[in-house]
Design a protein around this ligand. Structure first.
Ligand code: HEM
Length: 127
């Protein structure tokens, strides 16, 4: 984790993460690749899990782990078919949300770095 990572929460606050993740799931809701992958009919639960995970990862309260335990994200993604195409789409939607969320400029590079690295790490199917 970079030194700056734990400062992101104080830079953009709950509201920054809220805007970013809301924008992301608004896009997922009409996405031909990602929407069918989500098991629940309602995306609100998934939106809350991603938001609380990011808040925790970037210096905010540990609500994610209080509710869900250790993140172990790669393991939690194992049931889903994540290939390069899905990974690239995830990043595309997150980049569009980053561009729209009006976050403090200093917060963008560490968030982007984390998203690109972790999304690649989540790939569990090839071809
Ligand atoms: C930066 C990369 C990623 C992060 C930080 C991330 C984060 C998360 C988190 C925190 C959850 C909820 C885990 C739980 O508590 O159960 C989740 C669920 C999920 N993710 Fe990801 N994810 C990433 C990449 C991806 C990619 C690339 C895909 C597909 C292409 C994907 C598809 C899903 C699906 C289908 C779920 C289940 C929805 C749910 O019930 O929560 N994720 N992800």
């Amino acid at each position: 984790m970079d030194l700056l990572d734990t400062r992101i929460y104080s830079l953009i606050g709950e509201e920054g993460f809220q805007r970013l993740v809301a924008g992301f799931y608004r896009r997922v809701a009409s996405d031909d690749i990602l929407r069918p992958m989500y098991p629940e009919e309602d995306l609100h639960g998934a939106e809350e899990r991603l938001r609380e995970f990011l808040i925790q990862r970037f210096g905010g309260p540990f609500r994610y782990s209080e509710k869900r335990g250790h993140p172990r994200l790669r393991m939690r993604h194992a049931p889903f078919h994540i290939d390069q195409r899905g990974r690239d789409r995830w990043i595309e939607l997150m980049e569009a949300s980053l561009a729209e969320a009006n976050l403090a400029a200093d917060a963008i590079p560490p968030l982007r770095k984390f998203f690109h690295e972790s999304a690649t790490f989540m790939i569990n199917r090839h071809g």
